[in-house]
Design a protein around this ligand. Sequence first.
Ligand code: PHE
Length: 337
Amino acid sequence: MEEKLNKILEDGKKEISNSKDEQALLKLKSIYIGKDSEITKIMKNMKELSIEEKKIVGSLTNKIKNELEKCIKAKIGELSSNVISKKTFDHTLPVTDSKGSLSPVTIVANEVADVLKKMGFIIVSGPEMEDEYRNFEALNVSKDHPARDMQDTYWTDEAKVLRTHTSPVQVRSMEKYGAPLRIAAPGRCFRNEDLDASHENTFFQVEGMVIDKEVSISNLIYVMKNILKEIYKSDVEVRLRPGFFPFVEPGFELDIKCLICNGNGCSRCKNSGWIELCPCGMIHPEVLRMSGIDNTVYSGFAFGIGLTRMAMMKYKINDIRMLNSGDIRSLKQFGIE
Ligand code: PHE
């Protein structure tokens, strides 16, 4: 009898300590010490035992019952404290009932990708830590090219760079797919900037590239205008100026009229009334050649839309630092939920 009782205690303890939730524990409680449990049955049949046996079995059953009860209580306490500590894990959050939302940049990136997909572009991506060749050389920016100064770069110990633009994805796509080609590559870029309302060391672009036979500047302008119309849901005023980038020829800067001040001049547009939004141009034949594309047959255009700027214009955000702050309250004030 004693052996049987000790076995019940041992099994019960094991099962209790392995149980995963309160419901399972309540079930064990009824199995081990409930009305129909083995222990209760033994207690009920005590009258058939001798006085000597009664003493031993009586005290043992009581001890076991109490011990199992104690174990169950302790386990319930342990499980519920786990739940509480999980729930309150991030006690620095300003609100507990908020659902959060996509960042304005992600929203705009998705919208641009949707427009481009409709125009037959495939969405591709490349690494944020890039090799020097694809970030610079393969884009016609040789080691001593003065254009490197425009992109103050983060270098890693392994002579890699945190990509300064999404343009290396042009190179990767040409290498991988050849021509004809129509790609869009949204992504994060990095430059060693001094931070202020319009400069961040981490920002987003979407690269676009089309390579085909007989591609023209008017194709480029059509694509750009189509994107802007879809994002801003109206015909925004644009202007095209010459712009220099070693990997395009001719190169342009496509500006939009500042949507924060309506072209009247504000701190965001440096009082010019215009925002540089989309550098672009016809792909330099040398860039095509370096990535193995026959530049006597194919030509193309490329653009690099500043997604961060685009989102700032769309949601009238006047300080870029808000975008990387991760503070959900900043989203709410722009009506993004
Ligand atoms: N990669 C360039 C930059 O970030 C922009 C660009 C992309 C210009 C494609 C022309 C064509 O400065």
